[in-house]
Design a binder for this molecule. Sequence first.
Ligand SMILES: *[C@@H]1O[C@H](CO)[C@@H](O)[C@H](O)[C@H]1NC(C)=O
Ligand SMILES: *[C@@H]1O[C@H](CO)[C@@H](O)[C@H](O)[C@H]1NC(C)=O
Ligand SMILES: *[C@@H]1O[C@H](CO)[C@@H](O)[C@H](O)[C@H]1NC(C)=O
Ligand SMILES: *[C@@H]1O[C@H](CO)[C@@H](O)[C@H](O)[C@H]1NC(C)=O
Ligand SMILES: *[C@@H]1O[C@H](CO)[C@@H](O)[C@H](O)[C@H]1NC(C)=O
Ligand SMILES: *[C@@H]1O[C@H](CO)[C@@H](O)[C@H](O)[C@H]1NC(C)=O
Ligand SMILES: *[C@@H]1O[C@H](CO)[C@@H](O)[C@H](O)[C@H]1NC(C)=O
Ligand SMILES: *[C@@H]1O[C@H](CO)[C@@H](O)[C@H](O)[C@H]1NC(C)=O
Ligand SMILES: *[C@@H]1O[C@H](CO)[C@@H](O)[C@H](O)[C@H]1NC(C)=O
Length: 572
Amino acid sequence: MNLPGYQNMAKSCISLILFFSVILSHGVVELQASNPFYRNLYTSQSTSTSQPYRTGYHFQPPKNWMNDPNGPMIYKGIYHLFYQYNPKGAVWGNIVWGHSTSTDLINWTPHDAAIYPTQPSDINGCWSGSATMLPGGKPAILYTGIDPDNKQVQNLAVPKNLSDSYLREWVKSPRNPLMAPTATNHINASFFRDPTTAWLGPDKRWRVIIGSQTKDKGLAFLYRSKDFVYWTKAKHPLHSENHSGMWECPDFFPVSTNSRKGVDTSIIGLNTKHVLKASVGKIPHDCYIIGTYNVTADKFIPEEGSMNGVSALTYDYGKFYASKTFFDIAKNRRILLGWINESSTQEDDIKKGWSGLQAIPRGLWLDKSGKQLVQWPIPEVEKLRAKKVNLSSKLLRGKSLLPADVEISFEITKFEKAEVLDPNWTNPQLLCSQKGASVKGALGPFGLLVLASKNLKEYTAVFFRIFKNKNKYAVLMCSDQNRSSLNNDNDKTTYGAFLDVDPVHETLSLRSLIDHSIVESFGGGGKACITARVYPTLAIDDEAHLYAFNYGTEKINVTSLSAWSMKTAQIN
Ligand SMILES: *[C@@H]1O[C@H](CO)[C@@H](O)[C@H](O)[C@H]1NC(C)=O
Ligand SMILES: *[C@@H]1O[C@H](CO)[C@@H](O)[C@H](O)[C@H]1NC(C)=O
Ligand SMILES: *[C@@H]1O[C@H](CO)[C@@H](O)[C@H](O)[C@H]1NC(C)=O
Ligand SMILES: *[C@@H]1O[C@H](CO)[C@@H](O)[C@H](O)[C@H]1NC(C)=O
Ligand SMILES: *[C@@H]1O[C@H](CO)[C@@H](O)[C@H](O)[C@H]1NC(C)=O
Ligand SMILES: *[C@@H]1O[C@H](CO)[C@@H](O)[C@H](O)[C@H]1NC(C)=O
Ligand SMILES: *[C@@H]1O[C@H](CO)[C@@H](O)[C@H](O)[C@H]1NC(C)=O
Ligand SMILES: *[C@@H]1O[C@H](CO)[C@@H](O)[C@H](O)[C@H]1NC(C)=O
Ligand SMILES: *[C@@H]1O[C@H](CO)[C@@H](O)[C@H](O)[C@H]1NC(C)=O
């Protein structure tokens, strides 16, 4: 099974060129586009050679550490993103709320830190939280503070000046903390954090949940309030699950059962289901359960699924954590933001002076099956698309394509040779790591090699394999980082997911957003997402190439392929 990847991969690409030539008039497998546009932003910070991993269109602060997105909202037509930020360095610590605003969720203007330690209730850190729109369109932020005893408590902050659409200054409630572990409420002060956006019940009481764990049980404590200031803990948590560990950054929101449109967080009932998401630290993944919400009993009733284990539904099967949604009332959609961690060593993070990205904001809705969510990059990102690669044009040969947005669709007509799915292969990540891109199969691996050096010494492979599974076919989607860098200090874990697409009747599509050190991939129109961080040493800037490949024995048709180079977004 241990085929040396590089030689064989090169051959497989050549065989695919021949195959492509049947389909496309000139059969250019290597997609190229000249790219005079990007890289003008951080010139004072860095040159591209010293900072090859800074992004062109993914959100990041000019320097230092960033983790969770906080309090996303739209206020007076301006989008706000706050984020966990260390003003003093490239590793976690000294946490305050960084703040940027935008009119399109792609280009961002920086502001001063919005929330930082000033009160006893947050003197040791201002951790994650969420924004809620109170009646009259007044935003309020609930966030976790770390008090002088290092206890986790919940605090309230409101804008100082509601006429300032940039919401630059925030005032904290003199009543903080509003929720705290006590001798009687059985809350462990080390596990009590990340309040959600609150929702209003028909009884005119606000509800909010806060992530926790008792022993190994993950849970979401529920609090209620009439005035947003005095909060009472409910007897029962909204939901809990044995052995799932700490639930960080919970999120709880309705989704429409008959439309892709988003719905406001306080909508309950008719034509909606509810989603409960938790960032499960021990995986670490953002897992979610679809169910219904009984507001009378204040209980979440899962339809099926769990927060843990290989069958848990997950927003993104790669690096993506501590995410949060908000309802974008301007465009009637629910938007998902998520933190993309580094895969490099802390030592390397300190050297480059920064750590952490935000994913491209994703629209999120319930799949028509009702059994899972679908995510797709917001259309605003397409405004950055510059030169479209012309597959039939030889003019573009010899140039690189970075950053890029690539969409490819495949068609399979002959399934007879598909490998049989072993009943043991229930863990897609494990299966992808056993059957990486260099392991030849029948139907697959086929897909994209991105951030590839010309000689294929480096590449990140995002691909599919199709297996026969009883009377149906199972589609495995993988992101294989094994050859992503000659630097072996990086975390090169292979990621994988089963994709709920029927390849007999449906198009099998893949989209990848490629941006220097991040590859965000969407399979099946967003039914499975995998984000990877990679740090090529050869495939940087003009040396980063893109290939389509098929390393299976069976032929696969490419029915469409579009690739764009991307302009640089104005980010901070
Ligand atoms: C509030 O913000 C508005 C708009 O930026 C500004 O004109 C006004 O002076 C501010 N008021 C105060 C008291 O700072
Ligand atoms: C809180 O959890 C920690 C870690 O599991 C444990 O050591 C500690 O005893 C717990 N505290 C309480 C009050 O239960
Ligand atoms: C969770 O664990 C408790 C005891 O630790 C047990 O009583 C309960 O039945 C378990 N719940 C489930 C759903 O397994
Ligand atoms: C919601 O919970 C209440 C109280 O437990 C119960 O009476 C009611 O039947 C439940 N509603 C639904 C739709 O299940
Ligand atoms: C972030 O990435 C580092 C380096 O790969 C890893 O050690 C750490 O566990 C990651 N943290 C999370 C929350 O994913
Ligand atoms: C793309 O190819 C078509 C036909 O081969 C050609 O007419 C067109 O000019 C090409 N576009 C670019 C941008 O090269
Ligand atoms: C590819 O497309 C051609 C033309 O539509 C078709 O004849 C052929 O069977 C297809 N091959 C595969 C493997 O789908
Ligand atoms: C299936 O699982 C069993 C038990 O973990 C293991 O012994 C066996 O090798 C596995 N078989 C395959 C084909 O992976
Ligand atoms: C990763 O590549 C090495 C050789 O560089 C190979 O020995 C190993 O099997 C590969 N692992 C996977 C999971 O593909």
